[in-house]
Design a protein around this ligand. Structure first.
Ligand code: ADP
Ligand code: MG
Length: 696
């Protein structure tokens, strides 16, 4: 970082450093104590903090404040209030009370609630999450908050995430105590979310209804050169993109986000940003802000940042790699192999907690990344398939095998791994990070969940990961706490867990057909579409899990299920409407114009008596004409398929996935073929070639 970068880093964040400087010592101490121990803040404390926050924000030019929250729409929401208040003497003062800091009330009837908020009770409440820092954006002091209904049900993505962080901390503490650890007070989950995105020119973007409405192209023939040569990956960055990246870094640094590496991705026009990891809820807030800033900085540069999971067919889509680990409040990573036999035993237990969790709750992980957009990407040989498995690498698999069967392990095959006795070899990062096809890969000291789509909030995925691992740890603790001899109970538990859950471990190529077959034999789930995945959401075992750890109430789960289904149907419906509009308003008129040109040509030639030489024109006209007929026939069928569908939400989702999307795909293939026969200048919108090369 340059000097100016280190100076501006975090300058727009009311972070710990600023609080220490700005708050009276006693207030700061009381605040820290409350946050570290999850105590509620008392009114007096809140009002001192609010005042200091306001003074700081006003000095930085802020005029408004907002409770910034993450409703179920997936984007963040804010409602701005001015600091300004009448002073009673025709003047004005700037005010911000403790009450305004801690709690907000908003008329939230337009946010999705899945039936949780009855219409007569439209109020929603926002409550400050003091574990995430307040920040300034657009002259507005933004206060990260949780959002709930009048009855206290969560209406957002942050509340369950915070609950899940508590749950995993509590359960991990039980395990640590069993290993004689007395100095840890809390266990923290950490996340680093790598973000992929496309940049295209704004002029090209606005010429396409599908990109504007749906975020992805619904038509478009494969370009003659796409990503085949892999020449974009880590390639040199174009000046316009360079400018975007450096402006983005600057904006993110001001917000205290350690944007670290930026590079070109595999697909042309695709790029990636990786931040330095932080606590899960901060990482989640920061990822939301990163996406927002990407869009904004792009717009300032005449670009559009596409965050859709699959903007272009035949070209890799974008994902978000969710790197997840857990560590003690003293900074010890619990997924890092240790140097002593005891540390290794503990490491293996935590590792197996994750393996068991992923095996038992494959469906919940799949649901946490389920959306109409991501369905286009998963399993398309560019992202993991819809089948969940865990990659551990050969070294660890060898170790687990030795523990389970008593086989000799390692290159020299000299020893059997014995829990509590063997010092494990250093697991090298290189060997664990090689497999890029796995949905859930151990990468040396963390797991990388590679299924989330680029457009997702990472809140759901991490809520699920935290909860299911908490559940494994809780099962383990129940068993070990009741044992007479800890070491022998531990050995039995580890061995049994390997036997019971090894089916989920797979180190091979997840994109291969052999895996598809093998996974079927192992009885692993393959929930290919969002509607299929959602059928698992309310299974008894899942409701039991979430209620056991108080992550969701049954009512909250039902409402989320409904929102997800509804959202899926809405997205497909918009795609249907958009495709139809493009077909009749853009594509067919252009095709007819060109056919007219060709037939005029033929007519003129006939008129001047050179009839023998119109073969080429006639041939082309015929081809286009036949294809156009097929397109129109398909479009008629499609219109019948999609008109007045009278079904329940769940039936509708199944129908969209099973019938409507395949029909749309058939029309697309025909239209794409047609596109290749029409001159570029006669096409109603920019082609793939123009789109992916639009940024110079
Ligand atoms: P790569 O995936 O290219 O090998 P890295 O291993 O450097 O890259 O890290 C990828 C992401 O993982 C980064 O965002 C990084 O901050 C994050 N990360 C590293 N360590 C942890 C951890 N202990 N917990 C969570 N995320 C982590
Ligand atoms: Mg990665």
């Amino acid at each position: 970082m340059s000097n100016s970068a280190t100076e501006t880093f975090g300058s727009n964040v009311f972070n710990d450093k600023t609080m220490r400087e700005r708050l009276p010592k006693e207030t700061y101490k009381a605040f820290r104590k409350a946050v570290d121990n999850n105590y509620p803040l008392d009114a007096q404390l809140a009002s001192v903090i609010a005042n200091a926050m306001k003074d700081w924000a006003v000095e930085k030019g802020a005029t408004h404040f907002t409770h910034w929250f993450q409703p179920m729409t997936g984007v963040t929401a804010e409602k701005h209030d001015a600091f300004i208040s009448p002073d009673g003497k025709d003047g004005a003062i700037l005010e911000f009370s403790g009450k305004e800091l801690i709690k907000g009330e908003s008329d939230a009837s337009s946010f999705p609630s899945g039936g949780l908020r009855a219409t007569f009770e439209a109020r929603g409440y926002t409550a400050w999450d003091p574990t995430s820092y307040a920040f300034i954006k657009d002259n507005t002091l933004c206060i990260p908050t949780a959002f709930c209904s009048f009855g206290g049900e969560a209406l957002d993505k942050k509340t369950p995430l915070l609950r899940s962080m508590d749950a995993i901390s509590n359960q991990a503490m039980r395990i640590l105590r069993l290993f004689g650890n007395t100095d840890t007070d809390k266990v923290i989950t950490t996340v680093g979310a790598e973000q992929e995105y496309f940049l295209i020119d704004a002029d090209a973007y606005y010429k396409r209804r599908d990109l504007v409405n749906c975020g992805r192209t619904l038509f478009g023939a494969r370009p003659s050169k796409g990503q085949e040569l892999d020449d974009h990956y880590y390639g040199s960055i174009k000046p316009r993109v360079m400018k975007f990246m450096s402006e983005l870094d600057e904006e993110l640094w001001k917000l205290g986000i350690y944007a670290k590496t930026e590079h070109n991705e595999v697909a042309p026009a695709q790029h990636e940003l990786a931040p330095v990891f932080s606590t899960t809820n901060i990482a989640t807030d920061q990822n939301q802000l990163t996406m927002e800033m990407m869009k904004r900085v792009a717009a300032n540069n005449g670009l559009v940042c596409l965050l859709h999971e699959k903007p272009f067919a035949c070209i890799n889509g974008s994902g978000k790699h969710n790197n997840w680990s857990l560590s003690t409040d003293k900074g010890v990573n619990l997924l890092e192999p240790g140097d002593t036999p005891e540390e290794n035993a503990q490491f293996l237990l935590f590792l197996l907690a994750v393996v068991k969790a992923v095996d038992e709750y494959q469906d919940l992980l799949r649901i946490s990344v389920a959306s109409a957009g991501n369905d286009n990407r998963l399993g398309a040989n560019e992202a993991p398939p819809a089948i969940i498995s865990v990659f551990l690498g050969d070294e660890i698999e060898d170790i687990l095998n030795s523990i389970e069967t008593g086989a000799l392990y390692g290159k020299r095959k000299k020893q059997v791994v014995e829990i509590g006795v063997t010092v494990l070899p250093k697991i090298t990062k290189d060997t664990t990070d090689r497999n890029r096809t796995s949905p859930f890969a151990f990468t040396g000291n963390k797991f990388e969940f590679r299924m989330p789509g680029s457009n997702f909030s990472i809140a759901e995925a991490n809520t699920v990961i935290n909860t299911i691992v908490a559940n494994s740890l809780s099962d383990f603790a129940d068993e070990l706490e009741n044992s007479v001899d800890f070491m022998s109970a531990l050995k039995t538990l580890i061995k049994r867990t390997i036997t019971e859950h090894k089916r989920i471990i797979f180190n091979g190529n997840n994109y291969s057909d052999e895996w598809l077959k093998e996974a079927g034999k192992r009885g692993l789930l393959n929930l290919k579409t969002t509607p299929l995945a959602l059928k698992h959401y309310l299974l008894e075992k899942n409701v039991a899990l979430f209620t056991k750890f108080k992550i969701y109430t049954p009512a909250e789960l039902t409402s989320r299920h409904e929102i997800l289904l509804e959202n899926y149907c809405k997205v497909i419906n918009i795609e249907v409407q958009t495709a139809t509009a493009m077909l009749y308003r853009d594509i067919l008129p252009s095709v007819f114009d060109y056919m007219n040109v060709l037939s005029e040509l033929i007519k003129n030639k006939i008129a001047i008596g050179v009839g023998a030489t119109y073969k080429a024109e006639e041939k082309l006209l015929k081809r286009i004409s036949v294809l156009t007929d097929s397109v129109c026939d398909k479009a008629d069928e499609f219109a019948i398929l999609t008109a007045n569908v009278n079904k329940s939400e769940e039936e509708l989702a199944d129908y969209y996935a099973g019938t409507v999307l395949p029909a749309l795909q058939e029309i697309r293939s025909l239209v794409d073929e047609l596109e290749t026969l029409i001159p570029t200048a006669s096409l109603p919108y920019p082609t793939y070639y123009e789109l992916i090369n639009s940024v110079r």
